[in-house]
Design a binder for this molecule. Structure first.
Ligand code: GTP
Length: 306
């Protein structure tokens, strides 16, 4: 039986909700997103994720009249049985205070109707901020969001709310989108710990530095095992972004991504189709290792992850 997870995508009109959903789940590329029209009321999308996990995305149009309806006449319908709220803030919004008040109202409605839900706030369109100012701007916005999360939590004497809200910076123009969404789906996939334990054992048998599992359609990271410490903390989202773009280019040319090998003097990285819903990437410390043997090992390991 499929496990359904209700995911609410909210935030003011034009903040970028439909754009990010279309890139992650509908194979859009960033430059096509300015053709998207505003969402009217709620658009529903069912995404089959990892075989029996179905994400039910509620993309809630952010125009004020819709937002007001969500908070009054449709409050129960929208905020009941929610597993995740993703609230998108436009970092450049001229009305950030007003956005924060809307966020607070949505969070209060969520706490009333789905007190166990997880909350993720994306400070979005970070590409519009100069490189050197990004960290400071994000910190300022994050502290505002956390302050309003606490206000909402206090209204409901809910101890968990401020601990639940997690902020990410994001942009459709770089890999930060993948970091944020991988963190979100990581919370939704059941038994991630067990899967990571199995990946670790697999990595040990292969004497690998690292083994990473990606969801097949989105290329989001769903589990990984690091067997040797690696300094680049952003490597996962970089790989997701690059391979997803490459996969889209392949399908435009009418071909299908099957397997990729990258070799240099220090390492070999092999990406290969794994279970029906995943790809795996194995990173080996030696640039001369046999890719054929690794591919055979990946093939034999598949059944343990299905
Ligand atoms: P509603 O449907 O009205 O609620 O809006 P929305 O939140 O779904 O916004 P939408 O995804 O339609 O995006 C509005 C505009 O923002 C589009 O022109 C996108 O191209 C642009 N946009 C989305 N994400 C980004 C981003 O990360 N950076 C920049 N610079 N523009 C973005």
């Amino acid at each position: 039986m499929a496990t359904k997870r209700k995911v609410l995508l909210m935030g003011k009109s034009g903040s970028g909700k439909t754009s990010m959903r279309s890139i992650i789940f509908a194979n859009y590329i960033a430059r096509d997103c300015n053709r998207l029209g505003p969402t009217i009321e709620v658009e529903h999308a069912h995404v089959r994720f990892l075989g029996n996990l179905v994400l039910h995305l509620w993309d809630c149009g952010g125009q004020e009249s819709f937002m007001e309806n969500f908070l009054v006449s449709q409050k129960d319908q929208i905020f009941k049985n929610v597993q995740v709220l993703i609230y998108v803030f436009d970092v450049e919004s001229r009305e950030f205070d007003k956005d924060l008040r809307y966020y607070q109202s949505c969070l209060e409605a969520l706490l009333q109707n789905s007190p166990q839900a997880q909350v993720f706030c994306l400070i979005h369109k970070m590409d519009l901020i100069q490189d050197q100012d990004r960290d400071d701007t994000f910190k300022r916005r994050e502290s505002d969001v956390l302050r309003y999360s606490e206000l909402a939590a206090r209204q409901h004497a809910n101890q968990r709310a401020n601990a639940v809200c997690q902020c990410f910076k994001s942009s459709i123009w770089d890999e930060t989108l993948y970091k944020a969404w991988s963190a979100i789906v990581y919370k939704l996939v059941p038994n991630v710990n067990k899967m990571e334990e199995k990946l670790r054992k697999f990595g040990q048998i292969l004497e690998a530095d690292e083994v990473i599992m990606f969801e097949r359609a989105t290329f989001l990271v769903i589990a990984h095992a690091e067997l040797r410490e690696h300094k680049d903390l952003h490597r996962f989202e970089k790989v997701s972004n690059i391979i997803k773009q490459f996969k889209l280019s392949c399908s435009k040319m009418g071909s299908k991504l099957d397997s990729i090998q990258v070799k240099n003097a220090n390492f070999t990285a092999i990406i290969d189709g794994f279970t029906p819903n995943t790809y795996v990437m194995v990173v080996l410390p030696d640039g001369n290792c046999s890719a054929t043997t690794t591919l055979l090992n990946i093939k034999s390991a598949k059944k343990h992850f299905e």
